[in-house]
Design a protein around this ligand. Structure first.
Ligand SMILES: OC[C@H]1O[C@H](O[C@H]2O[C@H](CO)[C@@H](O)[C@H](O)[C@H]2O)[C@H](O)[C@@H](O)[C@@H]1O
Length: 424
């Protein structure tokens, strides 16, 4: 268009008008600072069930996001553009948290996909349902026994699901893995170059037994057993779910996509049990550029990644511009994400944007008071999403079949998971 470099950029689907306005305002600010670039927003959200087809069909936007789990594979197979040259020129290129940087880097350390967000898993809860059930919303559960009893009380007193769980599009595996970590287990054991699947660990069994007890002994998990990330957010924001597990920074999406009422919202640290090995599963998001992108598009795409996702984390003027635009559109500023750089940069940014923070900060303290003290453990590294996919039907069986034999289901998954791990 008019000799401009056209770049398709990702816009989350199903946004509230305020969130669309905030995005469009940032696009206009970018285009005014970069008159030779024309940004074209395209609705896109990474989804395990559609991503592979979009990638193979070449239908992804020029700039798109993927979870940390997908970065290394996409780089190894050269299915995303090598933007490492442009990324190396960014002022903060060498400052990423080393562990987080690995998710988007090739074996030689060159960064092809840029970490833009990180999270630890957390327990989201509906304060209004807690109150209606006679529970104290300022004292959310701190153990799995308390989650179970709160879930039972919520479902008995309010008729809503006390505790709900994602089960489809790999999210069942993601959350099952989160619970296994919280119970002290892991789903893979790395030994040098080889990996052993431990999806059937005693801790995974215990975690799924806890879920089974809520479902079948207490009937406290509602009636929808086919949730994924977007639909569980939707039902939670609509007041149909008392508690669920997902990334700690979710409030921003809940507000932008599901018009979450701030007064309903609470988030707490995920209870850990099972001793020293228990951990909080951590993950995050990478921004990548289509392998089809020509050099000028690649250069413009990295400028957008810098402007929209990252500059605001390290540069005061950019942080303020982003926070002001977002807050002016009625969208969330200050959701508890984890740093992609270091804690000092994170804390400094919070001071820059303090006047724009509009999330219910006090209601988040059961999580924020603990989020830097909990042991954060990265997601499994080998065939991660494929193993999650294998676990989905196990979680679904636990929730739909009273007689589901957790041990034997997991044993079957271990054999298939091991075959995947052996391929690498
Ligand atoms: O589909 C399961 C996958 O989802 C994760 O990402 C999603 O949750 C994040 C935390 O709430 C959120 O920030 C992101 O936008 C969502 O797409 C996760 O990172 C994946 O590894 C996981 O398998």
């Amino acid at each position: 268009a008019d000799g401009k470099t056209v770049v398709n950029v990702s816009l989350d689907p199903g946004l509230e008008q305020g969130a669309i306005d905030a995005f469009n305002a940032r696009v206009a600010q970018f285009e005014s600072a970069n008159p030779s670039i024309d940004l074209v927003p395209r609705e896109y959200k990474w989804d395990a069930t559609t991503f592979t087809t979009q990638l193979a069909g070449g239908t992804l936007p020029d700039v798109f996001t993927v979870p940390f789990t997908d970065g290394r594979g996409l780089i190894e197979r050269k299915q995303i553009a090598d933007i490492s040259g442009q990324v190396a020129g960014l002022p903060y290129a060498g400052k990423f948290n080393k562990e987080i940087a690995k998710a988007g880097s090739a074996d030689d350390g060159k960064m092809w996909a840029v970490p833009i967000a990180a999270h630890g898993q957390a327990l989201h809860y509906n304060r209004t349902l807690f109150t209606q059930a006679g529970l104290d919303p300022d004292k959310p559960p701190t153990s799995w026994e308390e989650i179970r009893s709160a879930a039972k009380q919520i479902s008995e007193k309010t008729g809503q699901a006390g505790f709900a769980m994602m089960t489809s599009g790999n999210t069942g595996g993601w959350i099952a893995t989160t619970l296994a970590y919280a119970f002290g287990g892991r789903t893979e054991k790395l030994e040098g170059d080889t990996a052993k699947s431990t999806v059937d660990s005693p801790e995974m069994v215990k975690a799924l037994q806890a879920v089974k007890a809520m479902r079948w002994d207490d009937n406290s998990m509602g009636a929808n057993f086919l949730y994924e990330w977007g639909t569980i957010n939707q039902d939670f924001a609509a007041g149909r779910i008392g508690m669920y597990v997902s990334g700690g920074g979710n409030y921003g999406s809940l507000k932008a996509q599901n018009a979450m009422k701030p007064e309903d919202y609470g988030v707490a640290a995920l209870p850990l049990t099972g001793g020293a090995n228990a951990g909080v599963l951590g993950g995050g998001t990478l921004a990548a550029v289509s392998a089809k992108a020509e050099e000028p598009v690649k250069a413009a795409a990295v400028k957008w990644i810098d402007f929209y996702y990252l500059e605001k984390l390290t540069n005061k003027d950019a942080a303020v511009a982003d926070a002001k635009t977002t807050a002016d559109s009625g969208q969330a500023v200050g959701s508890p994400e984890l740093p992609v750089f270091d804690k000092a940069a994170f804390d400094e940014r919070m001071t820059w944007i303090a006047q724009y923070v509009n999330v219910p900060v006090k209601q988040m303290t059961p999580y924020t008071d603990k989020m830097f003290g909990q042991p954060l453990v990265p997601e499994p590294t080998r065939s991660t999403q494929q193993v999650y996919a294998l676990l989905d039907p196990v979680v679904q069986s636990v929730l739909t079949d009273r007689g589901a034999d957790i041990g034997s289901l997991l044993n079957g998954v271990r054999t298939q998971a091991q075959a995947l791990l052996d391929k690498k």
